[in-house]
Design a protein around this ligand. Structure first.
Ligand code: RP5
Length: 160
């Protein structure tokens, strides 16, 4: 059983995945990863999402570019929280295609959208969701924020 299921729409979204795996490894969050396309392999997506939820996935992350239906499609098959990461790596319209596709969900089927290519924030948001019912994970988040705070203070002091 994995706490989070991460689904990429394509092999070409892999660069964004690095930000996700780095955070999950740092926090010790278990996750599984798949490449499944909402448009090209929709039947595989349905089967995987329903199976994952039964097996204990608490949060889904969908990473996709262009007319990015993936996070919304995941949300249509599951009641678990879904976080969407728009991919703007090779977008001819600077990522606006995937940002609006993921952001503008119809009322009733929400997707939490993070910034373009921002796998790191998607993973941190998943950690925060899990930490609401996990004291140890919550403690890790507190010290992560503390380190960030210290880093900014150090930069400020060393600012010449
Ligand atoms: C989306 O279309 C994928 O998530 C990817 O970002 C984009 C292009 O896919 P490929 O043609 O590179 O497979 O579905």
């Amino acid at each position: 059983m994995s706490q989070v299921s991460v689904i990429l729409g394509s092999n070409s979204d892999k660069e964004v995945f690095r930000g996700i795996s780095t955070i999950f490894n740092e926090f010790g969050v278990s996750f599984e990863k798949r490449i499944i396309s909402a448009h090209r392999t929709p039947e595989v997506l349905k089967e995987y999402v329903e199976k994952s939820e039964k097996n204990g996935t608490k949060v889904f992350i969908g990473v996709a570019g262009m007319a990015a239906a993936l996070p919304g499609a995941i949300a249509s098959y599951s009641n678990r929280p879904v976080i969407g990461v728009p991919v703007a790596l090779n977008s001819p319209v600077m990522g606006l295609d995937s940002i609006f596709s993921i952001l503008q969900m119809p009322p009733g089927i929400p997707v939490a959208t993070v910034g373009a290519n921002n796998g790191k924030n998607a993973a941190l948001l998943a950690v925060e969701i899990l930490a609401a019912s996990d004291t140890m994970l919550h403690q890790k988040l507190v010290s992560y924020r503390q380190k960030q705070k210290q880093k900014v203070k150090n930069s400020d002091q060393q600012f010449t």
